[in-house]
Design a protein around this ligand. Structure first.
Ligand SMILES: C[S@@+](CC[C@H](N)C(=O)[O-])C[C@H]1O[C@@H](n2cnc3c(N)ncnc32)[C@H](O)[C@@H]1O
Length: 336
C-alpha cells in the first residue's frame, strides 16, 4: 500500500474506521448545565455521551477525540454538529478545523489534504539542507503541491532566514496555505514579494527576521514566478502518489473527504513525480535539492525517475514515522 493510503503515523485517528451511524440522534447523555455562550440553546452533550457516540461509530481513540471536540465547540449546538460529523466518518482534523504538524496548529478547510505526521520526516530532511544553505545566504524554499501549507510553514518557522514560495493547483489549498503561512510568519514580518499570490502581511516586531513568502495557484512549476528558475535551494514536493486503482482501497476518511487531486498519482502513482522530475533541475540552484515522499514499494521507480531527470539521488527512511523520502540534488555537471 502507498503511504498516502493509510497512515499509521496519524496521531489520533489511525485506523478509526469511523462509519456513518444512520439516524443516531445526539439527545442522550446531555449535560444539564448550560453553556455560557448559549444560555437558551440545546443542552450540552456530556463528555461521556460524546465518547459513547464516537465509540459506537468505531473511533478507536474516542476519549481523546471527545476531549478535543469539547474543547473546540463554542456552543452545545456546535458540539452536537461536530460529534455528528466525526461519527459520520469525517477525519478528526477536518472536523476540528486544524491539525498539529511539527508543533504548529495548521488550519484546515473541508476539502483540503490533511497533513500526515510522516511528512514531518520530509521537513526534517529539508531543514538539515536548509540550515546548510542559510550559512551562506537566504535559502529559497519552494513548497510545491503545498496543500494546507504545512510543510512550507514548518520550514519557514524553523529556518532563521528564508524566502518561501508555496504553490498548489487547488484554490481551497491555496486559501488554506495563505492563511497558515500568514499565521506562522506573523512573528517574522512575513509578506509577499511577488505579484499574484501574496500572503497577508504579518505583524512581527521590528527585530524579527525578514521572511518573505508568497502563495501561488496553478499547475506545478507553471504557478511559480519565472525569476525563481535556477534559484531554488530546497524544493519540497509532497506530490500525490496513490496509484489510481488503489484509491478505492483507501480508508473512507481519505477516499470520501480528501480531494482526488491530492491523492491520485496515476497508474503507478508516479505520474506527478515524473512531471516534477522532468523540470526540477531547471528550477533548482546549483547544489539545490528536491525532496519527495514515497512509499517503500514505489521507492526504486521513484529513484529511477529522478535520476532520469538528471539529478543525484539518495534515500532516507524513518522507521519511527514509517516514512521514505527521496532527496534529489542538482548535479554540477549540467553545464550552466
Ligand atoms: C499529498 S497532498 C500534499 C499536501 C501538502 N504538501 C502536505 O504534505 O500536507 C498533494 C497536493 O498536491 C496538489 N496537486 C495535485 N496535482 C497538482 C498539480 N498538477 N499542480 C499543483 N498542485 C497539485 C493537491 O491539490 C494537493 O494539495
Amino acid at each position: 500500500m502507498s503511504s498516502q493510503q493509510s497512515d499509521p503515523s496519524r496521531q489520533l485517528d489511525a485506523g478509526t474506521g469511523a462509519v456513518p451511524e444512520a439516524g443516531t440522534g445526539v439527545d442522550a447523555g446531555v449535560d444539564a448545565g448550560r453553556h455560557p455562550h448559549e444560555p437558551y440553546g440545546q443542552p450540552r452533550l456530556s463528555l461521556a455521551a460524546v465518547v459513547g457516540r464516537l465509540r459506537a461509530a468505531g473511533c478507536v481513540f474516542a476519549e481523546d477525540e471527545a476531549e478535543l471536540l469539547l474543547a473546540e465547540a463554542p456552543t452545545p449546538a456546535a458540539l452536537a454538529a461536530l460529534t455528528d460529523r466525526r461519527a459520520a466518518g469525517e477525519p478528526l482534523e477536518l472536523v476540528l478545523g486544524w491539525a498539529e504538524f511539527r508543533g504548529l496548529r495548521v488550519r484546515l478547510e473541508p476539502g483540503v489534504f490533511v497533513p500526515r505526521r510522516r511528512t514531518e520526516f520530509l521537513v526534517r530532511q529539508a531543514l538539515a539542507l536548509g540550515h546548510q544553505a542559510e550559512e551562506g545566504s537566504t535559502p529559497v524554499v519552494v513548497d510545491l503541491c503545498c496543500g494546507s501549507g504545512a510543510v512550507g510553514a514548518a520550514l519557514a518557522v524553523a529556518l532563521e532566514r528564508v524566502e518561501l514560495h508555496a504553490a498548489d493547483v487547488d484554490p481551497v489549498a491555496v486559501r488554506c496555505a495563505r492563511r497558515n503561512l500568514a499565521a506562522a510568519l506573523r512573528g517574522g514580518r512575513g509578506h509577499g514579494t511577488y505579484g499574484g499570490g501574496y500572503g497577508e502581511p504579518g505583524a512581527g516586531g521590528s527585530g524579527a527576521p525578514h521572511k518573505p513568502y508568497a502563495v501561488h495557484e496553478g499547475d506545478l512549476f507553471a504557478a511559480l514566478p519565472g525569476p525563481l528558475r535556477g534559484r531554488v535551494d530546497i524544493l519540497a514536493a509532497n506530490v500525490p502518489y496513490v496509484p489510481s486503482d488503489e484509491i478505492a482501497l483507501l480508508p473512507s476518511e481519505a477516499r470520501d473527504h480528501e480531494p482526488r487531486t491530492a491523492l491520485d498519482g496515476g497508474a503507478d502513482g508516479l505520474d506527478v513525480l515524473r512531471r516534477v522530475a522532468a523540470e526540477a533541475a531547471d528550477w533548482l540552484a546549483p547544489g539545490g535539492c528536491l525532496l519527495v515522499e514515497t512509499s517503500e514499494r514505489q521507492e526504486a521507480e521513484a529513484v529511477a525517475v529522478l535520476r532520469r531527470g538528471g539529478l543525484g539521488v539518495r534515500v532516507k527512511r524513518s522507521e519511527e514515522l514509517y516514512a521514505t523520502v527521496v532527496i534529489a540534488t542538482r548535479l554540477p555537471a549540467r553545464g550552466r
